[in-house]
Structure formats: C-alpha cells, structure tokens
Write a protein that binds this ligand. Structure first.
Ligand SMILES: Cc1cc2nc3c(=O)[nH]c(=O)nc-3n(C[C@H](O)[C@H](O)[C@H](O)COP(=O)(O)OP(=O)(O)OC[C@H]3O[C@@H](n4cnc5c(N)ncnc54)[C@H](O)[C@@H]3O)c2cc1C
Length: 274
C-alpha cells in the first residue's frame, strides 16, 4: 500500500529528534499493509547491521531486525543448542501466517512492536521468559519483560522515539520442555488462539501462555503440573472478557473455549513422563 503522506525516509541510526508522524521501518510488512495517514517520516532500521541471532552461555539474543526466516533457520539447524527451546521457536515462526516471501522480510522486532494479537514472536518471547532491550534515541537502554511489552491490540510500552533493539531468551527457559498448540480458520490463516507451555522437569513448574485469543499475552504459572480442573479454573480467572480478542476471525467466547482446550492439550503433553 502506498503511504502517500510519507515525505521522507531517514537512516535509522540518525539521532534527528523524534517528531509526530515518525515511525520506525523494519520489514514494512505490517506498516505498508494498512493505511497510515498520520505517518510523515520513516526511520529505516535496516541500516543497522545487527547480528540476527547471538548465542551466549546465558542464552540467545535475537536482534529486532532478525527476520522470521533467519530465526527459523537458527531454530531448525541440526545439532544446535537447546532443542526444546528451539522447537518452540520453530513452531512459533511457522505460526506466522503467510508465505516465505513475508518470512524473509518480516522481522521479530516488527512483530512484537506491531502488537497484533496473532503476533507469534510475542508468543515465543513470552513463553521463553524473554527480556526486551528497549533503546531511546540518546542510546540509553532499559529492559522490559516480554510478558509486559505488549499492553493491548497494537499497543506496546514503547515511548515516542524508543525502539526495540533485541530480545534476550535465557538458557534456563530454552532448556525446559515445551509444547505449542494453535488454531486458525485455515492452514495458512492468522492464529485465532495460540497456547504455549513450558515445563521445568527439575523444579516441576509449568507455565501456560495464551496469545492470539487475547489482545495481550496472558500467562498462568504453577509450581507443579496442575490437574485439569486447576488449569481450567486458573484460565477462567485470567481470561477476563475485556482481554479476549473479538474480530472477523473469531468471537471472543469461541476463542476462550479454544484457549482452554489447547491449554488442556499442552498440559497433557507436558504431564507425560519422558
Ligand atoms: C500476508 C501477511 C500475513 C501476516 N500474518 C501475520 C500473522 O500471522 N501474525 C502477525 O502478528 N502478523 C502478521 N502479519 C503482519 C506482519 O507481517 C508481521 O507482524 C511482521 O512480523 C511485522 O514485521 P515487520 O518487520 O515487517 O514490521 P514493520 O511493518 O516494519 O513494522 C511494524 C510496526 O512496528 C514498528 N517497528 C518495527 N520494528 C521496530 C523496532 N525494532 N522498534 C520499534 N518499533 C518498531 C513499526 O513502526 C510499525 O509500527 C502478516 C502480514 C502479511 C503481509
């Protein structure tokens, strides 16, 4: 889509002051998909040469400009570290509806910052207890838990001029057993409900994350694998009506039902002895 009100594209590394009508440009797959009459100037992040994925002893850092295709290639590389965590990452990459053409352009940061309920990079960052590195125009950084980064449909904690630099995924979360369940109305369609589960086999804790069915991520945590009834009760309490997504892809109550059903499947899979 032509953004006819945009007058200028500047290098994303520029420190020119932020002004109303500015927006960061990553892959542009969300930005150019909707009318943006308020936009006047784009700040092109692709000029940064950030390493897409960096593996350290303490985990993985995914640059905001890492594309879905680059992350998927890391997740599906044979013999890589943390097979359980990478399996969850791969499932979430593949949950992004659309073709490889979009995967090669769309970025992890753009997915988180667009804040769409079906943002599968949000799902994985939350499930793996990620931390977002947020950078201001002056170069100063702050960190925000991924679970708190998206605050509603299309809304994030970013202040004017701030960008998402990277997401850090800790080794401890990457080592946990994981399960993912997803429903969409057709195989390549946008997720209407996506549920992740991670289970720490040593401490016994289980965390279930719900996205897509909700306008922001919702997680419920247990110190041990809960019974089916305990899980259902916790989700009923957490999935309040105001948090459920309702749009052309599905009614709110249907999404609540799906979230509960998928969470049950995730619990059953992770409760199995390995
Ligand atoms: C066919 C198709 C299918 C799609 N399917 C899905 C889907 O299933 N789920 C889904 O969530 N999305 C989907 N999208 C939307 C979009 O492709 C993704 O959300 C994508 O990950 C956005 O990344 P991008 O790099 O293209 O972001 P852009 O379009 O460049 O940016 C998106 C928003 O984030 C801001 N932004 C980007 N990067 C940063 C940053 N580092 N710091 C601060 N702000 C930033 C931009 O200003 C803009 O507001 C789809 C799009 C298409 C065309």
């Amino acid at each position: 889509m032509d953004l006819t009100t945009v007058r200028e594209i500047v290098d994303g590394r520029s420190r020119v002051p932020w002004r109303p009508g500015d927006a960061w440009l990553a892959g542009g797959t969300a930005l150019f998909a909707e009318p943006g009459p308020h936009l006047r100037r784009l700040r092109d992040l692709t000029t940064w040469d950030w390493q897409p994925v960096t593996v350290t002893g303490s985990g993985v850092e995914v640059a905001a400009t890492c594309t879905i295709a680059e992350l998927l290639s890391f997740a599906e590389a044979p013999d890589g570290p943390w097979p359980a965590g990478r399996a969850l990452i791969a499932r979430c990459c593949r949950a992004l509806s659309s073709s490889f053409k979009v995967w090669n352009t769309a970025t992890v940061g753009g997915n988180l910052c667009a804040g769409l309920p079906a943002g599968a990079m949000i799902s994985l960052a939350v499930a793996l207890r990620g931390t977002c590195r947020v950078r201001g125009l002056d170069g100063r950084e702050r960190t925000v838990p991924a679970a708190e980064f998206v605050t509603g449909a299309g809304l994030t904690v970013l202040r004017p001029g701030e960008l998402l630099r990277a997401v850090r995924l800790p080794a401890a979360a990457l080592a946990e057993r994981s399960a993912v369940r997803r429903v969409s109305t057709h195989p390549w369609g946008r997720s209407v409900a996506l549920v992740t589960g991670t289970h720490d086999p040593v401490a016994g804790g289980l965390t279930v994350g719900v996205t897509a069915a909700t306008t922001r991520p919702v997680t419920v945590c247990f110190r041990r694998v809960p019974s089916a009834g305990e899980l259902r009760r916790a989700l009923r309490e957490a999935l309040t009506s105001d948090l459920l997504t309702e749009d052309a892809h599905g009614r709110a109550e249907w999404r609540r039902h799906l979230a509960e059903h998928l969470a049950h499947e995730v619990r059953c899979e992770l409760a199995e002895e390995r």
